[in-house]
Structure formats: C-alpha cells, structure tokens
Design a protein around this ligand. Structure first.
Ligand SMILES: [Zn+2]
Length: 144
C-alpha cells in the first residue's frame, strides 16, 4: 500500500462512500473499474446493487469492508478525511472498540493480523502488531 493509494481510497470514501455501524465502509458507483481497484486494495469483491433506482439506467455497484477490517481502514484513512466524516468515523470506531474483547483476550490486531510471539512487539502502549507497526513506519518514511 502506497501513500498515494491511501490518499486515493480516502478521497473515494469521502466522495462516494458512507460509514455505518459496525465500522462498515461502503462505496457505491456505476464505475466498475474504480470499484475493482478499491476491492483489490480492501481484498474483497464488488457486488451489484439491486433495485438502485428506476430512473437511472446505469447498473450500480458497491464495495464494502466491515468489522475489524473496516475499523482498521477507518483508523488508517482517518486523518485524510474531512471534518464531518472524521467525527462520524471517530464515533463509530469508539463504539466498535467497546465491542472488542479486553486487550489481554484479543487474538488479533485491529487489522486482523494474528498475535503470535513472532508477530507481536512491545510498544509503550503495551502489545503491538509487528506487521502494522512496520507498515506505519514505512508510510511515515515515505511521507517525509
Ligand atoms: Zn496488524
């Protein structure tokens, strides 16, 4: 994932997306190629939207990511979103975190990487995910 791809995703969520409960991010469009690109970054698939509108002849599609993956993505693109969506994302992440097991009972990081001895690092906040840490460090380096 490059900083450019992240910025692009944030722009799509800002422009065409909606964020709903359970940390679900949905992007709707009639441009299948655009949604395909998002789907490959989110490692999911594009779904057709049924009964979208009788007025619009164009078929509509959507791509969605939810649960821990949605929350992970929300946290990742949060700083790139506009004020209104940021407020909404914060609310949803807060709610989603309340549904999580206690930190010592979690078996995976918010992005879904399993916690094993080899994939876990100590941070000043406690247990951290090596994969996410490395990714964050890489993005930071690239942004400079
Ligand atoms: Zn992780």
């Amino acid at each position: 994932m490059t900083a450019t791809q992240l910025g692009w995703i944030a722009g799509m969520v800002e422009g065409e997306g909606c964020i709903t409960k359970n940390a679900k991010i949905t992007v709707c469009s009639s441009d299948l190629d655009v949604l395909d690109k998002i789907a490959s970054l989110w490692r999911t698939t594009v779904q057709p939207v049924k009964n979208y509108s009788q007025l619009s002849k164009k078929p509509m599609y959507r791509v969605a990511v939810g649960g821990k993956h949605g929350a992970g993505w929300l946290m990742t693109i949060w700083s790139l979103l506009g004020e209104r969506r940021r407020t909404k994302a914060k609310e949803i992440i807060k709610h989603w975190l309340l549904l999580l097991p206690a930190p010592q009972d979690r078996t995976q990081c918010p992005s879904g990487h399993l916690y094993t001895l080899a994939s876990t690092v100590r941070t000043r906040f406690g247990r951290g995910c090596r994969t996410c840490n490395n990714e964050a460090r890489r993005l930071k380096r690239r942004a400079v």
